[in-house]
Design a protein. Structure first.
Length: 191
């Protein structure tokens, strides 16, 4: 029996962190931790950042030490999607992001995941594009800004958060179109 390698352990750890992240973020909004919303938000932000950093670290370790596994290929992107989707859904509940924006972002993730499944059935690996990486970076920054929610105290932070949200949304659509156009042959029926 193979032991779980470090990158896969980090992926599992990232998925586990989603539970305390959501509980603290939503619990802070609901007043479970007292009247000070900033403290639970900061703790939730720290958890989100740690979880996000494990994504960078597990990938670098897996590639550098040749620890890439089928488990990691499947679960690593799933863990990323779960983390971001959980954060976005919680932020909708808290009134910090419009639901329609989240619907577009999550729909893109489902479309790309389905597209990758079709590609893998045809023995085609679809690598992450630069557009996808830019999209992820802007989404992570957007989520962090929305978690700390300093827009009420500092109007310029609200404006910056809105600008980053629009950029993240544009990159979400651009990266989707880029994936579909570059890999359109994957959708052709194999005989």
């Amino acid at each position: 029996m193979n032991k779980m390698n470090l990158p896969n352990k980090l992926t599992i750890f990232r998925m586990i962190l989603i539970v305390p992240f959501v509980i603290i973020l939503l619990g802070g909004e609901a007043g479970w931790f007292g009247p000070n919303l900033l403290i639970p938000d900061m703790i939730a932000l720290a958890i989100f950042i740690v979880a996000s950093l494990t994504d960078l670290i597990d990938g670098k370790i897996a590639r550098r030490y040749n620890l890439v596994t089928n488990f990691g290929k499947f679960m690593d992107p799933l863990a990323d999607k779960l983390l971001v989707c959980a954060a976005l859904i919680a932020l909708v509940e808290m009134g910090r992001i419009p639901a329609w924006v989240v619907i577009i972002i999550i729909s893109r993730e489902f479309i790309i995941s389905g597209f990758r499944l079709i590609a893998s059935d045809n023995d085609v690996v679809i690598a992450a594009s630069y557009w996808g990486k830019f999209k992820t970076t802007f989404q992570m920054v957007m989520v962090c800004l929305m978690i700390v929610n300093l827009g009420a105290m500092f109007p310029w932070v609200r404006i910056l958060t809105d600008i980053i949200m629009w950029i993240a949304l544009a990159l979400t659509v651009i990266s989707l179109v880029d994936y579909l156009v570059k890999n359109r042959d994957v959708m052709k029926e194999q005989k």
